[in-house]
Design a protein around this ligand. Structure first.
Ligand code: BLA
Length: 315
């Protein structure tokens, strides 16, 4: 009402701002990613037997250097699940972060479950996906195996959570045809849609896990291993959250969290280095280009059609 009458004078102009602010902060403080993690834990336990990972003791709780944010870390393992881990960062009403991923054992070529949510009082940056282990544009068989039946689910949520606009071009090869990449303003409604998408995507992943039998062929296991290692190597070097993590806990602790906790496996699943996988990032002096992207940002709109075909239009 007040906003429709901006010329009403100082007092009235101020009021809607106060009201809006209070509304936003009420919504955000009522909201936390804890219920996402709670759901994932309960749901996983319906399907398999989780045991704490050996990293749990070392990575569990931390305060940021300014003592304003809390970092909570959980990690587990289970049959078919090499590594299940979550990092949530809470900074009261200012910021909430969730980085939740489930990495399969190399004996299964299951996608990697990936939920990366970054929220401030006003804005949210969201990636939710079953990240493919293999290139879903070239490897039609892999796409059919895991994503064909999930396309309707992807379409449903892609309509509710529209494409977030241009992104680091290199990232698209780690995403599946059902990826939800979106940005939205904080509201109860949007958070409910996200929670619903999260539950549906995670249930879909668990169903795929149930169906998968461990591979015995050593050469296929080795390929799965390398595919996962390449993925981990990419994210340990170029994930968009790194800078914020460094600001929160400092260079050394951030490095430790990234390499040993978040992307655990970079040192054990393979011996190739970042530049072996991504030589386009090599600088003349042999170091890694510090830019997140060497191609630049692209994909203004969703590059997948309603059948899950890649529409190569990197504008
Ligand atoms: C932004 N996070 C982004 C963006 C993407 C992702 C695509 C948009 C910027 C871009 O185009 O790169 C997420 N990118 C991913 C994911 C993969 C990928 C999941 O390639 C997987 C292969 N986000 C987090 C965490 C933090 C975080 C833990 O997951 C903070 C600790 C923050 N993400 C964050 C911030 C931005 C962002 C601050 C906006 C700033 C920016 O664009 O650099």
């Amino acid at each position: 009402l007040f906003q429709n009458f901006p010329s009403f004078g100082f007092n009235l102009k101020l009021k809607p701002q106060l009201l809006n602010k209070r509304k936003v902060s009420m919504e955000i403080s009522a909201f936390s990613y804890q219920k996402f993690l709670h759901f994932a834990l309960e749901e996983t336990q319906l399907h398999t037997h989780l045991v704490p990972s050996p990293l749990q003791d070392q990575f569990s709780y931390m305060k940021s250097m300014d003592e304003k944010s809390e970092l909570h870390m959980l990690s587990f393992q289970a049959p078919k699940i090499r590594y299940y881990r979550s990092l949530s960062i809470e900074c009261g009403e200012t910021m909430q972060v969730l980085d939740f991923a489930v990495f399969p054992e190399p004996e299964v070529d299951l996608p990697i479950f990936c939920a990366n949510f970054f929220a401030t009082a006003s804005m949210n940056i969201i990636v939710l996906d079953l990240n493919p282990l293999y290139d879903v544009i070239i490897r039609k068989d892999y796409k059919e195996k895991y994503y064909k039946s999930l396309i309707p689910l992807g379409i449903k949520y892609a309509e509710l959570l529209p494409w977030g606009g241009k992104l680091t071009s290199e990232s698209i090869r780690f995403f599946s045809p059902i990826v939800l990449w979106t940005k939205f303003t904080s509201s109860q409604h949007n958070h409910e849609i996200l929670f619903s998408a999260f539950m549906d995507y995670y249930k879909a992943w668990l169903k795929l896990m149930d169906q998968e039998a461990p591979e015995k062929d050593a050469s296929r296991v080795a390929l799965n291993c390398e595919a996962q290692h390449r993925y981990l190597t990419w994210r340990a070097e170029k994930d968009p959250g790194h800078q914020l993590l460094r600001r929160l806990v400092g260079e050394t602790a951030a490095k430790d969290i990234i390499n040993s906790f978040l992307f655990n496996g970079t040192k054990t699943l393979g011996s190739k280095e970042f530049l072996d996988y991504f030589p386009e990032y090599r600088c003349e002096d042999g170091t890694i280009n510090q830019k997140r992207s060497v191609i630049g940002k692209s994909f203004q709109s969703r590059p997948w059609d309603s059948e899950g075909n890649f529409i190569s239009d990197p504008r």
